[in-house]
Design a binder for this molecule. Structure first.
Ligand SMILES: *Cc1c(COP(=O)(O)O)cnc(C)c1O
Length: 411
């Protein structure tokens, strides 16, 4: 038997069934169909409230919407956070459609096309420049439109986040401008009449180690100070990145937010003059939405092969690639999962939950311990609120997309 990841807090059983936002899994599937992603709005709101309580008041909270761009989630989030970080022209359109104000949006991401730059500049969205050349293109487009572009520089820092799932900084990277080249670019865009917005410094993602985050934030603030001094400009804003992880796997423990907040509070109390007026923010994706989402799928077949039990579902990696272990993980480990229609019942057998794709990669839970499940039962894969529906190869094998629902938003 292989262990399963820890089921996040906030889920209960009603009549022996998993309930999400107070509604039974079977009722949600009867209404919306299967497979289904369900997101609990109250859990998202609670997450934001916990961050506000633990982190310094001065720190703005941004949502990195690539984690979950489902329109009702965006609308829910718009009332909760201070800004949205987008990474494409398509995300700009989705954020606007959800009622996010352009001045709350910043746009990072390599390979911005002229049409993307033009849409962002025309609306007054902040561009986090990924290269000096992108800066020149933005200035030229601003001139054509008769609008001063709002420009920040995404810095490729000389360090990265320890214990981070995906390395995004340190050494040669397609993201951001190497720290050494930043001051010259800052002087250039300020002299050219852009609206100067400061730095965006993102050093990594998905760590559960509060000390590693605190150390990264301290290094980020020190780098921002040095680059601001060398640029001869104060910083209107500075995005300190993110990196706050969630427990996915057996043995993972939640991030100690208070420890992060305490160290950052000390940093803010001792800021140098060049950062005294700076509006700081962090940008989080999975930490805000990941644990609030559950992926539900129905068991279509129960079969045995060479003594092993396979619960074959109507879902799979085409909706939930990350749970199959094929989205940026080195060693496959089990996400938290359960038989939703027998939630809380004791484990009776070892079984693997697989999807309906003709590939051995399509395994949602490998040799876990579950109560005995039959055709028609529902399975739940937790930690499905981030990088699920939008980060899985939905066209592979033609089964079509999963349904999505946001529930429990009246809080
Ligand atoms: C992906 C990304 C994020 C969000 O990462 P999470 O691990 O979901 O918090 C934030 N900022 C940037 C620049 C990103 O690319």
């Amino acid at each position: 038997m292989k262990p399963l990841g820890p089921i996040p807090p906030g889920f209960s059983a009603i009549d022996g069934e998993l309930a999400i936002g107070g509604r039974k899994a079977s009722a949600l599937v009867a209404e919306a169909g299967s497979p289904l992603f369900v997101y609990d709005g109250a859990l998202i709101s609670g997450r934001v409230a916990a961050l506000r309580a633990a982190l310094p008041e001065r720190l703005g909270l941004h949502y990195a919407m690539k984690a979950n761009p489902f329109a009702p989630v965006l609308r829910h989030m718009a009332g909760l956070v201070d800004g949205f970080d987008i990474a494409s022209g398509g995300e700009l359109a989705m954020a606007e459609a959800a009622g996010v104000l352009p001045e709350q949006i910043s746009f990072a991401g390599p390979g911005k096309r002229d049409a993307d730059l033009e849409a962002a500049i025309a609306r007054g969205v902040t561009l986090n420049l990924e290269s000096a050349r992108e800066g020149e293109r933005a200035l030229a487009i601003g001139e054509k439109l008769g609008r001063a572009p709002r420009l920040a520089i995404r810095v490729n820092p000389d360090f990265d986040l320890k214990g981070s799932g995906m390395k995004m900084g340190g050494g040669a990277k397609p993201f951001g401008v190497d720290a050494a080249a930043v001051p010259a670019l800052a002087r250039r865009i300020i002299a050219a009449g852009a609206e100067w917005r400061g730095f965006h410094i993102y050093a990594g993602s998905q760590t559960l180690d509060a000390a590693a985050i605190a150390e990264m934030q301290a290094a980020t603030i020190a780098l921002a100070e040095r680059l601001a001094e060398d640029s001869g400009a104060t910083l209107p804003a500075c995005n300190l990145g993110g990196g706050f992880g969630i427990p996915y796997f057996p043995g993972d423990a939640p991030l100690d937010l208070h420890a992060v907040g305490e160290v950052l509070g000390e940093q803010f109390a001792a800021l140098p003059a060049v950062l005294a007026e700076t509006a700081f923010c962090i940008e989080l994706g999975r930490y805000l939405v990941g644990e609030a989402g559950v992926y539900l799928a129905r068991i279509i077949d129960r079969k045995e092969s060479h003594g092993e039990v396979f619960l074959v579902t109507d879902g799979g990696l085409h909706h939930q690639l990350a749970a199959s272990g094929n989205f940026g993980t080195v060693v496959r480990r089990n996400y938290p999962s359960a038989i939703a229609t027998k939630f809380g019942a004791a484990a009776e057998e070892e079984a693997s939950i697989v999807g309906c794709l003709c590939t051995p990669l399509d395994r949602l839970a490998d040799k876990g311990g579950f109560p005995r499940a039959e055709e028609g039962d529902l399975v739940a894969v937790f930690c499905a609120g981030a990088y699920g529906a939008s980060a899985s190869p939905v066209h592979f094998l033609g089964h079509g997309p999963a349904a999505e629902r946001l529930v429990n938003t009246n809080h």
